[in-house]
Ligand binder design. Sequence first.
Ligand code: ZN
Length: 390
Amino acid sequence: MNDFYIDPKRQNKERILGLFFQHDALSKPQIAELTGFSLPTINGHMKDLENMGMIGPGELMDSSGGRPAISYRLQPRSKLALGAEIRKDFIKICLCDLKGEVVKLWNIGVEYKNEKAYSVKLNSLLKEAISTCGYPLDNILGIGISIQGVVSKDGTEIIFSKILDTSELDIDVIRKDISIPVRLCHDVKTAALAELWHNRKVSNGIYIALSEHLGGALIKSRCIEHGRSGYAGSWDHITYSTKGKLCYCGRRGCIDTYCNFATLFDGESIPDFFFKLREEKSKSHEERWRKYLSTIAFGLYQTWLILERRIILGGDLSMWLIPDDVAFIENEIINRSTFTCKPGFVIKSRVEHHASAIGAALPYLAEEIPEYVRPIESWSTYCKPETVEF
Ligand SMILES: [Zn+2]
């Protein structure tokens, strides 16, 4: 048997399983109608899928005469995956199901410290999440750990991380005694994956994280572009002014230094800032917010000129954005543009909460979903395969 052999039985089973990702409930006669398969064929595959725990019988369906048929539904929690997000002062862990929904969420206040003890702590938190989540280990496919830094394509090595010094973060310690796969990933790329999963309309785009620090990820043909090393999409270090403040990256005047949370909020909490902006209509807050959006638009215009793709505004601020803000950014880009632009290319992200943690779990789940209905690629191909460059 060669590598290109396609097992027709497996293909038929995948065809049936895929239908359950498109329909809430289906009876066997409905499956027969949709696939053209005979009832004995359907019975055999459905039995297998039931034994695997992936589908289960539900209520009786309405029938137009004759015996009502039993409906079957996907059992989304038959496969689960964990995504963990590491930030300066907390660790967020999400348990996600086959529909990409959050089944359980842990928000743990742990201060990041660049020492071995932190990896040990993370390891014990992950083990605790597995043992207390209420689902058997057999159902959990893997753990993705998103960090504020660029990671190698295989998820084993951190290649750039200056927001948090991660030189002592040890993947071998983090996965000690955990028998399922564990990998590292770049938080902005995983947030973009969560967006792709929940927004099928996006094929190509630039995902923008408006968070404590800015970030970006490029989307091409529904995959993440990695670039030669993994830096593709890092628009946050475009130089706004060479005389500007020192950036954490070591250079001066990057867009990030003008648009990080420390500069925007100046010690105020996010809810307080937006209360003063939206409810109290504070002039100084309005001024600061416009300046922020305008600087963001300046940076995005550079990327827009080169890539001309949809721009998706995500990150921690996504939930605070109103349509006027999105339109303001888009207009600033259009007004700067050399070319005529059709409006509607700047949109707000659909996933407003926990995007980085959710996205770190999703590629494990994608692997279990038939290719023809798979929302995103699995880890092996989530970044477009690229020609090796020298
Ligand atoms: Zn920088």
